[in-house]
Design a binder for this molecule. Structure first.
Ligand code: BTN
Length: 252
């Protein structure tokens, strides 16, 4: 791994860890300062979105990027979309199969040919006067766990990626660093949003969103300037949701 060009980060590498996001939170609480990259070859209690378990096998990438930031929570949530763009660009840069379709599923999934290959878990914590954002990134490189009612794939299967997690991480982190510095400087979400929308999965199709309290269905019309999903209901009324997920439809 050659991340020597990145002077802004310290790299912590573990063979096994419960969860790199959980480790980042512990380190933040212990008073560590500065930006960290925490990577684990395997995780024993990988955390996914909405309290789910993230199956974390050797050969896949498990990375948390921990950044100190004074931006507010609304601004920080934009980093999910920035990271999704970075992941999609990175996967595309390794892609040798022209028919592979790389898409982004609101709010935090990366799909190839309709199957999930990567997910993002953004967490934040304030310790004294320091605020940290933790961007957890999981990429199915060699293994695709079997998850009920979900279409999941590995990069090996869908883009014939035969490299390792370190190679992918190296390119991913360098690209992330460039995009993050630009975001910090310009505070321009519209550019990120426009790019994200070019790869949006199910755009202008009927989708069902589950936000934990209930479900609504309608036409997926995009995301707004805060990353909320825009849904056009059957009545024509526009509804915006800032939390939830698009319920996957598994065709048998
Ligand atoms: C999702 O549910 O799609 C988000 C998955 C995020 C998994 C990554 S793996 C590295 C980091 N540490 C964790 O415990 N979770 C994230």
């Amino acid at each position: 791994m050659d991340l020597s060009c990145l002077i802004n980060y310290n790299l912590l590498h573990f063979e096994s860890m419960d969860s790199t996001n959980a480790e980042a939170i512990r380190l933040a609480k212990s008073g560590i300062t500065g930006n960290l990259l925490i990577v684990a070859v395997e995780q024993t209690s990988g955390r996914g979105q909405r309290g789910r378990h993230w199956v974390s096998l050797k050969g896949n990438l498990h990375l948390s990027i921990m950044l100190e930031s004074d931006k507010n929570l609304k601004q920080l949530s934009q980093l999910t979309f920035l990271t999704a763009n970075v992941l999609a660009d990175t996967i595309e840069s390794f892609c040798t199969t022209p028919e592979a379709k790389i898409e982004l599923k609101w709010p935090n999934d990366v799909l190839v040919n309709g199957k999930k290959v990567a997910g993002i878990l953004l967490e934040s914590i304030k310790v004294d006067n320091n605020q940290y954002v933790i961007i957890g990134i999981g990429v199915n490189i060699k293994h695709a766990p079997i998850i009920e009612n979900r279409l999941v794939a590995s990069l090996k299967e869908v883009i014939e990626y035969n490299g390792n997690a370190e190679e992918l991480m190296d390119r991913l982190v360098k690209h992330f660093d460039r995009c993050y510095l630009e975001w910090e400087r310009d505070q321009d979400f519209s550019k990120i949003r426009t790019k994200w929308l070019t790869r949006a999965h199910d755009m202008n199709k009927i989708v069902t969103i589950d936000n934990g309290e209930g479900r609504i269905s309608g036409l997926f019309r995009g995301i707004d300037e805060e990353g909320s999903i825009i849904i056009e209901l059957a009545s024509g009324q526009i509804s915006k949701l800032n939390y939830g997920e698009i319920v996957p439809i598994i065709k048998s």
